[in-house]
Design a protein around this ligand. Structure first.
Ligand SMILES: Cc1cc2nc3c(=O)[nH]c(=O)nc-3n(C[C@H](O)[C@H](O)[C@H](O)COP(=O)(O)O)c2cc1C
Length: 170
């Protein structure tokens, strides 16, 4: 039997992989007459394939986003800029009941393909449709086909995360 890694060693090693930070969003159509928007800060996001264009996000099983993406196949990703650190912070809080107030003072618009809120001022916006859900340990790998990809705000650096802290490039 293979040796099992110490979980703290594993965490520490992965914390040294510098990552860009994204906000995954989706619209929950079942939540009341107006519906509700949900967001989740994520670093486990990557490009998978060019033809067809696929991306992947790893979402913790039991998280609100995991539950929502079981019902809502369209979602969006906003690649955060360095000026959006406060947004990353608020959408990472555990145990939230509603995200309604969290979107209130944020400049966002609704993606045409996904109906999901997408952030003004993000470095890039992708709208996706789930192709595959792959259970992987305590996370679900959600593979999405990219429906639209835009780079509305070319200026400014990315928000990154390294060794447990948000960082800026340059
Ligand atoms: C920098 C950073 C990166 C994160 N990346 C992920 C991720 O890739 N996947 C994930 O499921 N959660 C990730 N999280 C945690 C979620 O943002 C957080 O658990 C979620 O928003 C809280 O909602 P919940 O109570 O439904 O889990 C990350 C948090 C931070 C601060």
């Amino acid at each position: 039997m293979g040796q099992t890694v110490n979980i703290d060693d594993f965490r520490a090693a992965m914390a040294r992989l510098a990552a860009g930070v994204v906000l995954v969003t989706a619209h929950d159509p079942e939540d009341g007459p107006r519906g509700e928007d949900v967001g989740m800060t994520a670093t486990a996001f990557m490009s998978v394939s060019l033809e067809p264009p696929l991306v992947l996000v790893s979402v913790r099983i039991g998280s609100r986003m995991d539950d929502l993406l079981e019902r809502q196949e369209r979602w969006a990703v906003s690649v955060l800029s360095e000026s959006q650190r406060h947004i990353a912070g608020r959408f990472a809080l555990r145990g939230r009941i509603s995200d309604r107030l969290l979107f209130e003072d944020i400049a966002y618009y609704r993606g045409e393909e996904s109906g999901a809120p997408v952030l003004g001022g993000a470095l890039a916006i992708l709208e996706c449709e789930t192709e595959q859900r792959v259970p992987a340990g305590d996370h679900t790998l959600i593979i999405g086909r990219v429906l639209t990809a835009r780079t509305p705000s070319a200026d400014g650096g990315p928000l990154t995360y390294f060794r447990g802290r948000y960082r800026y490039l340059g």
